[in-house]
Design a protein around this ligand. Sequence first.
Ligand SMILES: [Zn+2]
Ligand SMILES: [Zn+2]
Length: 315
Amino acid sequence: MIKKNNVNFFQVAQGVWGMKLMFVNVFMIANRRGVRKGWVLVDTGPQGSADKIIAMAETLFGVGTRPSAIILTHAHSDHSGSLEALLKHWKVPVYAHEYELPYLTGKSSYPPADPTVGGGIMSLFSVFFRRKPLKLGNKVKAIDMAESRIPELPEWRILATPGHSPGHISLFFPLNTTLIAGDAFTTTKSESAIYLLNSIKQLSGPPMYLTPDWESAKKSVVKLAALHPRIAVTGHGPIIRGHELREALDNLAENFDELAVPTSGRYVKQAALADETGVLYVPPFKANTKFVAATIITGLLAGFIIARQIHKSVA
Ligand SMILES: [Zn+2]
Ligand SMILES: [Zn+2]
């Protein structure tokens, strides 16, 4: 862990650093060589993270620095939350997959979260996550997926890894097989607030409550496992390396249905459909009794805690 200028961040590999913002990671990649040197920011964390991201960048690359581009693994609010604030400070191009653009240009909202899956408190809270799209207009560009790279980061391959979101991408550096997987898989149990906030290591599938296409999500994990990365970081959870990564990722790819896919839920039997115009179809929501019971218990518990706090403060 590196602690400087009031920010804590960590080194992932040579020329790659990460920072945890509440429960989401962002990354900075320095270009080793090429016509354009400089660096690229991967994801922007939840809303309110811009100052920390700028402080980390200035610690690494000098006061007044700015990235040559910002690239989004996907546009979920915990990964794109500080994008607008950063663009006020840095006038730089933003890249995302073509299928992710509708959620960045005000054309479509993401399929709704499924709070019934995963069993953790984060799953229940997922209904409160922002689904409304950002309105960035022409500030955001589609990644040229035929090239599988962006000009500002020529040595890194960009792979389509849909499932968790329609235009989800991962970044891979073949030279030392470093993988930034976004939420295609995670290295903590992201349905659990305890795991998430404490970054407890456990290689897992994509966050269950926000994954509307499990078939695609499985193919994406198989694709990433086939790269045999030696270092992996994801949107949620700590770094995982070497043998531990290889074993856990192969296991997840081979047993994805048992390990990652919820037993029941809105998107398990039928996926939401989306393309470059946004969401085309969302399967209907059917709450099961277990979920209703869990919601009532959580509600009562929250009510009890709040009542106790009020009682304490007036006592
Ligand atoms: Zn996500
Ligand atoms: Zn995420």
